[in-house]
Design a protein around this ligand. Structure first.
Ligand code: SAM
Length: 434
């Protein structure tokens, strides 16, 4: 029944909007309940698309409802947003979008609302251009981001804020990282072609492949044997910036789910030691699974990177990667629920946490060693400003400017904006201990 993907999408949207739950933990099990892969794809598209455009859809819905629905009917509110997304933003035929959405109303046991939902969706279809005009002056509706977020970007990126917001509303590409210990990129591209999967090599980094259309990982040749991992091109830039050499001792702080841990080992299999830590034991398990699949090995610890006294053996590291917990404002195209879940005050407390981790890890770095700080945020408070504070407080730290041909040079470090080279938004800063 094609009402099923609509029902699942509405339930997921409802839980994000009204219970503040994050989509990451909800999505997998709910999608798994659909057997048909096309229905799974539709449920995923409706969920992501509705959340991506929720600020716009909310403004449009407000025009169409005489008064907001009661708290106990917020499930219908979410369903209406999913209905509007299909009607106004997807090329789903209106009769299917309306009738399947009304069918979900019945399945929810709210027959009394069938006429109302039908009427709202029919009106939306009839009045779509007038509705769009009515919300034109509303920035949150125009860019489908919260007001505070738009204002922060205008402040941080006076010349690029529109580009950043637009990139945040795009569907993200699926990008693979080829495990060069097992296969060369060209040869893997041939394997993809033979499997009927269209793909292109990215201009850089030389491990990256972009799929023309996303596919389930189990369709990827050799995925279970570790030939490739799913990782955006920007995240693939980190490991090579570490300038890894045989015999080095490396710390991957904040490592889960292990995307960069795996890449470090693929690039430098002859390290003396790689320690990957994460405060979240359950997420640490993901590193274990990923390394097992890649047939690679590292030491793993579930500990607080900000409290090294409790776990460090006193031997300095030559390299430290700090992929800091952050607002994730550079990857909203992959996680549209972030726009709804983040609060303005989160940015300041994240910046404090990042500062705490930097300060705690710095003594673990050997003289002459390098700490690479990265975040998937575009807010300068978490990035360049934060690193400047750190440099001001640590006389033995200096910046090693990145010799990269991509990204915007910042007062400290370098920022890749979301959508540049088709990649996620990422910030990078290399610090050297003098
Ligand atoms: N590096 C990972 C990768 O490439 O797959 C992504 C890391 S994610 C951006 C940030 C991680 O920091 C999360 O897994 C989170 O659990 C972890 N984290 C947050 N606070 C931490 C702390 N105090 N100590 C260690 N890990 C922490």
């Amino acid at each position: 029944m094609s009402s099923q993907p609509r029902k699942i999408a509405a339930q997921l949207v409802h839980r994000v909007l009204d219970q503040g739950e994050s989509l990451g933990s909800l999505l997998g099990p709910r999608l798994a309940s659909l057997e048909d892969p096309r229905q799974r794809a539709l449920a995923q598209e409706l969920t992501f698309g509705t959340l991506r455009w929720s600020y716009r859809l909310e403004a449009l819905l407000a025009q169409l409802l005489q008064k907001p629905l009661k708290k106990k009917d917020r499930d219908l509110h979410a369903l209406l947003l999913v209905g509007l997304y299909q009607l106004l933003m997807l090329e789903i035929p209106a009769h299917a979008a309306v009738s399947e959405t009304v069918e979900v109303v019945r399945q929810l046991g709210k027959n009394w609302a069938a006429g109302m939902v039908n009427g709202v969706l029919r009106n939306a279809q009839r009045q779509s251009s007038a509705l769009s005009k009515a919300v034109e002056g509303d920035a949150a509706a125009r860019w489908s981001h919260p007001d505070w977020w738009i204002e922060r970007l205008q402040q941080d990126w006076p010349e690029n804020w529109q580009q950043i917001l637009e990139a945040g509303n795009q569907r993200p590409p699926m990008v693979l990282r080829v495990n060069r210990l097992q296969v060369e990129r060209e040869s893997y591209l041939q394997q993809l072609r033979a499997a009927g999967i269209e793909a292109l090599a990215l201009p850089f980094p030389d491990s990256a492949i972009r799929l023309v259309e996303p596919v389930g990982v189990d369709s990827l040749p050799g995925f279970r044997q570790g030939l490739v991992s799913v990782q955006d091109g920007a995240a693939q830039l980190c490991a090579s910036l570490l300038d890894l050499q045989p015999g080095q001792r490396v710390l991957d702080a904040c490592a889960a789910p292990g995307g960069k841990t795996g890449h470090i080992l693929e690039l430098a299999p002859q390290l003396e030691h790689l320690l990957a830590i994460d405060v979240d034991e359950r997420r640490l398990q993901k590193i274990r699974e990923n390394l097992q699949r890649l047939q690679l090995d590292a030491s793993l610890l579930a500990v607080d990177a900000g409290d090294p006294q409790s776990w460090w053996d006193g031997k300095p590291f030559d390299r430290i990667l700090l992929d800091a917990p952050c607002s994730a404002s550079g990857v909203v195209r992959r996680h549209p629920d972030i726009k709804l879940l983040r609060r303005p005050a989160d940015v300041c407390s994240l910046a404090q946490q990042q500062q705490r981790l930097l300060a705690a890890l710095w003594p673990l770095l050997a003289p002459g060693g390098m700490l690479l700080y990265v975040s998937c945020s575009v807010f300068v408070e978490e990035n360049s400003d934060n690193l400047q504070v750190f440099l001001d407080r640590h006389a033995d730290a200096s910046e090693l400017p990145l010799q990269a041909e991509w990204g915007k040079v910042m007062p400290v470090g370098c920022q890749l904006l979301p959508g540049e080279y088709g990649m996620d938004g990422f910030y990078f800063a290399c610090l050297i201990k003098t």
